[in-house]
Design a protein around this ligand. Structure first.
Ligand code: NAD
Length: 543
């Protein structure tokens, strides 16, 4: 038990290394990628601290070089889901009894391991398995993950310090209990940091977790598990299983001790999971916490006063970094006709310089999309656009999956503001632009608001303060993260808490105390020092 009030070291954002030619980090990362490429690894599940191999293996390849083998992982079935639940429940008591400063120390140590000895390894794994370039890997797998771990430890302390008033003679306390049961973390392919944070955040608050990553992120998930282990995370606190989503869901969502879902992924899957939980509500001991960050159809609106080159830069970076596979990626833009020609020229100039290829060659800005399924889906949108008369392919439009899943950054110009690619999440390097008349700015804001069911990120570019103010007001519910004169991607932990509403999720803001509050169930304790000995109140006395 603690014998002092301890304070978490004040967190600051992890500095982003440049990987510029001649830097030590560039050499170290290149070496890490080269040596990881040379070996094929065999990845087990981790259940109750044990490595579990089933013999049913699935191959892993870099998306940019699909004939190369990175090795394999062992797929589990329903029995492994049950084992993981049993391990989580067995570890629960001692984990939640551990003094909070020791839980915090484990995750702070994990942050330092990633910042130091594991930095190149986790970045290399993210480059190889998720096809991120060095910079995209650095801002995700290293910096954002480190920030999640350090800031969350500080937010946990802030939550614990939030205590009620006490009247004379009593002491009121709030005890932030972990949930009664286990948490199920389901993670997407596109961010190593999210994959690590979704199990880590509930665990930090004293919960034990079953973690099911995306199959295309298992390679870097394994490095996260290695880091957690080295940081001293006790066995069974986070159990990593590789099981098909519906198979895992069938066991987890029927279990009486299921206490919470921490999900990031597509809207359709989240809605399905929510319905399943609703159907099983009578089975559970408590109402499960349901936290989901889901899809987006993120917008950029330019006002007639916007600077064309700033708009073009925001669009190129916002739409095409990591091949548009960010939930926050700009995928629809509304540009006024007075600046359109300049914006188009600047975009064209930038796109003509951008090179596409393997992330192992650091000069490539654009790399491959994640897998064949994504490639086919994105290519189908482009093919359809080529056929449709009310849309024009302005830039890009080519794709090739002979070596890797490469799709050129593609810009479509739609005559119809409700054209399919203005409304649906494509999750690839496709940006659709609608050109409007400057006098229709206000009507265009309405259009932005009502065009998609999502409300994740969005941006306004303008040099006119009244236009900015109007856009911020009219688009109040259109985005959970709203940017003024900036691209809609690149949220930083501690600076822009991230999450969207409407079809984009429950908006519990990853990397903020709002999220951590979902993983505790507070108990109010009132202690009376000198209890009364007579039931009578003074008003009962006779006059
Ligand atoms: P996805 O929905 O295909 O998969 C996400 C996870 O859900 C994976 O682990 C997958 O195996 C699992 N899953 C799928 N069906 C399941 C089922 N029936 N039962 C249980 N688990 C199931 O998403 P993805 O392709 O990995 O990621 C891209 C999506 O994630 C995009 O829609 C993107 O917008 C979204 N995303 C959102 C945020 C955010 O913060 N809002 C962040 C990153 C990604």
């Amino acid at each position: 038990m603690p014998k002092g009030n301890y304070y978490i070291p004040a967190p600051t954002n992890e500095p982003v290394l440049t990987y510029a030619p001649g830097t030590a980090e560039r050499e170290e990362l290149k070496d890490a990628v080269a040596s990881a490429r040379k070996v094929e690894i065999d990845i087990p599940m981790f259940i109750g601290g044990k490595e579990v191999k089933t013999g049913k293996t699935i191959k892993m390849s870099p998306p940019y070089d699909h004939q190369h083998s990175l090795g394999q992982f062992h797929e589990g079935d329903a029995s492994h889901v049950q084992q993981a639940i049993d391990a989580a429940m067995a570890a629960k008591q001692s984990w939640e009894d551990m003094a909070w400063e020791h839980r915090a120390s484990i995750f702070l140590k994990a942050a330092d391991l990633i910042a130091g000895p594991y930095r190149a390894k986790i970045n290399a794994a993210t480059m190889l398995s998720q096809s991120k370039n060095a910079f995209q890997a650095e801002i995700d797998a290293a910096c954002e993950f480190i920030d999640f771990l350090r800031f969350n430890a500080a937010y946990m302390q802030d939550i614990y310090m939030e205590q009620p008033e006490s009247a004379p003679g009593i002491w009121n306390r709030l005890e932030y209990r972990p949930l009664e049961g286990f948490v199920f973390a389901i993670t997407p392919f596109n961010f190593t940091a999210i994959a690590g944070n979704l199990p880590a955040a509930p665990a930090l608050m004293g919960n034990t977790v079953i973690w099911k990553p995306s199959y295309t992120q298992v390679y870097s998930a394994q490095v996260i598990m290695e880091v957690f282990k080295e940081a001293g995370l006790p066995d069974g606190v986070i159990n990593l299983i590789f099981v098909d989503g519906p198979v895992a869901g069938d066991v987890v969502f029927k279990h009486k001790d299921f206490a919470g879902l921490h999900f990031t992924g597509s809207t359709g899957v989240f809605k399905h999971l929510w319905k399943t939980i609703g159907e099983n509500i009578d089975l559970y001991r408590s109402y499960p916490r349901i936290v989901g960050e889901t899809g987006g159809k993120d917008f950029v609106v330019a006002h007639e006063s916007a600077h064309p080159q700033e708009v073009a830069t925001g669009l190129v970076r916002g739409a095409f970094e990591f091949q548009g596979q960010k939930c926050s990626a700009a995928s629809r833009a509304y540009i006024p006709s007075n600046i359109w020609s300049d914006v188009k020229d600047h975009m064209g100039a930038a796109l003509s310089e951008i090179s596409m290829g393997t992330p192992e060659d650091f000069t490539n800005f654009v790399n491959a999309v994640i897998d064949k399924k994504a490639f086919d889906k994105i290519a189908a949108y482009i093919d359809q656009a080529k056929k449709d008369s009310n849309v024009e392919v302005l830039f890009g439009g080519n794709y090739d999956d002979s070596v890797g899943y490469f799709i050129e950054p593609t810009v479509l110009l739609a005559k119809d503001p409700k054209y399919t690619t203005m409304c649906e999440e494509i999750f690839g390097p496709v940006l659709t632009i609608y050109v409007y008349e400057p006098k229709d700015f206000e009507a265009t804001l309405e259009l932005v608001d009502e065009t998609s069911p999502y409300a994740l990120t969005g941006a306004i570019f303008s040099r006119d303060r009244e236009a900015i103010e109007l856009a911020a007001r009219r688009l109040r519910n259109s985005a959970g993260n709203f940017y003024i004169n900036d691209k809609p991607t690149g949220a930083v932990v501690g600076q822009q808490p991230f999450g969207g509403a409407r079809g984009s999720g429950t908006n519990d803001k990853a990397g903020a105390s709002m999220n951590l509050l979902r993983w505790v169930s507070a108990r109010t304790i009132k202690e009376t020092f000198v209890p009364p000995k007579n039931y009578r109140y003074p008003f009962l006395d006779k006059d």
